[in-house]
Design a protein around this ligand. Structure first.
Ligand SMILES: Nc1ncnc2c1ncn2[C@@H]1O[C@H](COP(=O)(O)OP(=O)(O)OP(=O)(O)O)[C@@H](O)[C@H]1O
Ligand SMILES: [Mg+2]
Length: 269
């Protein structure tokens, strides 16, 4: 809406998890490095936890972009409330196997993984929102990571979850074997003030001609305080503050614009 006024080619603060806009803050870069390490060294299960809106799905999509289609077959589970059988079906179909309705899905998947290994292909399963995955389905994933040769595991699993997953793994005794197989764990955290400033500039740069947009220091401080450094809330506030400056036909975003944004965003904060 305000893009052309500010000389931008794209909306800078959309809330979709678009890796094109990824800003490599300390925690996001660390998470990416942990996942790459886990995948490159065949560590089995890797867990990334982070509060709502902190960038988990964005990181997941970035990792997907980095997977080499020449050597990797991957499954992406976006709706992990699936029971065992549906989960197996989903993985099978993502890995390229024809759908099958009978109860032999677990064996079929195991055979497929071994076949893929024989032709030198890696299998990676990514699960977003893993904190809501039923225990039985987590158990299915654990059993898949038991498949291994003497040198390496045949299936790599990367889970993205809200912090409550950590509690769940500690409390549910049935999940103890799963927990013990998580060799790589990292946590996303909110952005610090300086990181948020760089984050805002980065998104504006990717969106086009950022030089036309200037957030005043007071506006930035307020946005950081109200968002508590959570990227999704930063996006909401910046978007509404830019809209407010646009309505005033001013390229500079003042504290008053941030205040108006806060009122608009209201219940989300
Ligand atoms: N490092 C980052 N660089 C650029 N944008 C980011 C970054 N981290 C988060 N965002 C942006 O913040 C918003 C929320 O990110 P995302 O959807 O990935 O969070 P999430 O942790 O998956 O949230 P939820 O817990 O609700 O699933 C998105 O618009 C995303 O693009
Ligand atoms: Mg998400």
């Amino acid at each position: 809406m305000y893009e052309s006024f500010f000389g931008l080619e794209h909306p800078p603060f959309q809330i979709s998890p678009d890796p094109e806009f990824l800003y490599p803050s300390r925690v996001h870069e660390e998470a990416l490095e942990h996942i790459r390490f886990s995948l490159n060294h065949f560590k089995g299960i890797c867990l990334v936890t982070g509060p709502v809106g902190s960038g988990k799905t964005t990181i997941c999509r970035q990792i997907l972009r980095e997977l080499n289609p020449e050597g990797v077959n991957h499954a992406l589970i976006l709706n992990p409330r699936l029971g065992e059988h549906e989960l197996l079906q989903n993985i099978l179909s993502d890995l390229g196997a024809p759908l099958q309705s009978d109860e032999g899905a677990a064996q079929k998947l195991q055979d497929l993984i071994l076949e893929l290994h024989k032709v030198g292909r890696h299998v990676i399963i990514l699960v977003d929102e893993a904190h809501v995955m039923p225990t039985e389905s987590l158990e299915v994933l654990r059993l898949l990571t038991n498949l291994e040769t003497t040198e390496r595991k045949l299936v790599q699993v990367v889970l993205f979850a809200q912090p409550e997953m950590e509690e769940r793994l500690k409390k549910e005794s049935r999940l103890l074997p799963f927990r013990q197989r998580i060799l790589v764990h990292c946590r996303l955290a909110p952005l610090r003030y300086r990181e948020m400033v760089a984050y805002i500039d980065h998104r504006l740069q990717i969106a086009g001609a950022a030089d036309e947009v200037r957030f005043s220091m007071l506006a930035r401080r307020a946005i950081h305080r109200w968002s508590e450094g959570v990227p999704r809330l930063i996006n909401h506030l910046c978007d509404k503050a830019m809209l407010s400056a646009y309505v005033r036909q001013d390229h500079r975003i003042h504290f008053g614009d941030a205040q108006r944004a806060r009122r608009d965003v209201g219940a989300l904060l």
